[in-house]
Design a protein around this ligand. Structure first.
Ligand code: AMP
Ligand code: MG
Length: 483
């Protein structure tokens, strides 16, 4: 394999950890690499030349057919609770970390190929990804970024020329994913399950150096991870995002949204909304996400406990004390998110109740979540309700509350437009883009959708169809894991 592709300033700190943290292996070459998309602004942010990435050598690297100079490819080991059941070994079954680069802002970031072939962690999987899920992850992760929510990013998508067999035969593809790191709750669980305290400590030290340099102790590290996760989920709720598969192996220690599988955005507001075909009990429903994040953080606490105290009882007490602050932290951030969405800049006792009664109104009326908040800011919300009387009563209370605000109407409206997006990745638009690409090789709808979602708050003429909810009920919409 040709290894010469200069210009990638790799510095691979995770690959310098002991061998038991990963399996060292190169991606598996594919038949016919074909570029689908390069994220040019992100490439530049990473200090990479987008034209080099788009060149035949670059595309060969993005497909896994050549390994760039300085890359030290590894598949990471991790464990995880999947739908509540502990699996002691999962790991990167279809991904390899090419290496880390320090971006132009001084932040260390992982460059990973997803769909790059089998690894020692593949279990029964083929190590590959289909084009549809790759494009879905590309679209939704970049939309999340534009919405200001911590997330992994998508640097590139390429087709492999090899079919992958799922429910149907699909074109294969590889996503190049960029993350602050790929360390998961399940990474801690992997070592905890093996009683490998030395590895736990090395991992925690690595995490502190990389993500939480201000952490004063392992306990403090845990507290900070809890706070970031609480904030992340609060922001998910604010935009109607449903991750779909919040297993502990899909929870990033850095607090980024990661592992976009059957994820989707809600149209009509309802806390019980579930789209994932594999989530039959609604474990990962929209409104359950805060509780599940707490459950996942409890599993992290169990894994980290040996670092807190040599006495297991004391360690448990410490873990529980940290975890007991999760709910409060989540509610504080969530309330701040809701206040901002309602155009409130000051704090009053009744704000949580005011917000909750609005959400109740949306639930009862099946109102579109995104348009409802956007409509509060631009005065069109009333038109969304079949029975406007209920809205009128709530609106009177909201207006009374706004009367105590120190900001004028125009300022408030501008702030609300900047907070409440108009364009989200609507499921029917995502499906349209995927279908055109898969069935017709037409990537125009994909490109168009990306362009719309890159500026989610900026109303632009001609994009009305992207703002509209689907015709008819969206209750039957299903997403598939796509593995
Ligand atoms: P996910 O549900 O995508 O987060 O994946 C859960 C686990 O299954 C991880 O260990 C993945 O690496 C592994 N996995 C998912 N899809 C595949 C595949 N097609 N081939 C091999 N491993 C896979
Ligand atoms: Mg995963």
């Amino acid at each position: 394999m040709d290894t010469a592709l200069s210009g990638w300033p790799f510095d691979n700190s995770y690959a310098r950890l002991p061998d038991r943290f990963y399996a060292r292996l190169a991606p598996t070459p594919v038949t016919e690499p074909k570029l689908v998309k390069i994220n040019r602004p992100l490439a530049r942010q990473l200090g990479l030349d987008p034209d080099v990435l788009a060149s035949p050598e670059g595309v060969a690297m993005l497909a896994g057919n050549r390994v760039a100079e300085g890359s030290d490819p590894i598949a990471l080991a991790y464990a995880g609770h999947q739908f509540g059941n502990f699996v002691p070994q999962l790991g990167d079954g279809r991904a390899v970390l090419l290496g880390e680069v320090v971006d132009t802002g001084g932040v260390r970031r992982d460059i990973q190929l997803k769909g790059s072939g089998p690894t020692p962690f593949s279990r029964r999987g083929d190590g590959r990804a289909a084009l549809g899920p790759v494009l879905r992850e590309y679209i939704i992760s970049e939309a999340m970024y534009a919405l200001g929510i911590p997330t992994t990013r998508s640097l590139a998508a390429v087709m492999t020329g090899d079919p992958v067999i799922r429910e149907n035969v699909m074109p294969g593809a590889v996503l190049t994913r960029v993350a602050s790191s790929h360390i998961r709750v399940g990474t801690f669980q992997f070592f905890a399950a093996r009683g490998d305290r030395e590895a736990l400590k090395l991992l925690a030290d690595h995490v502190i150096a990389r993500h939480y340099p201000e952490a004063a102790s392992y306990r403090d590290l845990y507290d900070r991870i809890i706070a970031r996760q609480a904030g992340l989920v609060a922001h998910w709720l604010g935009v109607g995002f449903i991750h779909g598969v919040m297993n502990t192996d899909n929870v990033s220690i850095a607090g980024e949204t990661i592992d976009y599988g059957p994820c989707a955005f809600m149209d009509a507001y309802h806390p019980e909304t579930v789209f994932s075909s594999i989530d039959q009990t609604g474990r990962y429903a929209y409104g359950k996400q805060p509780q599940i994040a707490g459950w996942n953080l409890a599993r992290l606490g169990e894994a980290m406990m040996p670092l807190f105290n040599d006495d297991p009882d004391k360690a448990l007490a410490e873990a529980n004390e940290s975890l007991s602050k999760y709910g409060e932290t989540f509610h504080a951030v969530y309330l701040a998110v809701l206040r901002q969405k309602l155009g409130l800049t000051t704090v009053e006792d009744g704000d949580a109740a005011l917000a909750q009664s609005f959400l109740k109104l949306l639930t009862d009326n099946g109102t579109d979540h995104t348009l409802a908040f956007r409509g509060l800011g631009d005065g069109t919300a009333r038109t969304l309700f079949e029975e406007p009387a209920a809205f009128d009563a709530w609106e009177a209370a909201w207006r009374a509350r706004l009367a105590n605000e120190p900001v004028d109407e125009a300022t408030r409206r501008a702030a609300m437009a900047a907070t409440n997006p108009l364009y989200i990745p609507r499921n029917h638009k995502v499906e349209e883009a995927l279908a055109a690409a898969i069935q017709d090789g037409d990537f125009e709808p994909f490109e168009a959708l990306l362009a719309v979602l890159a500026q989610p708050n900026e109303e632009r003429p001609g994009l009305e169809a992207y703002a509209r909810p689907p015709e008819g009920p969206s209750g039957n919409y299903r997403t598939f894991c796509g593995t």
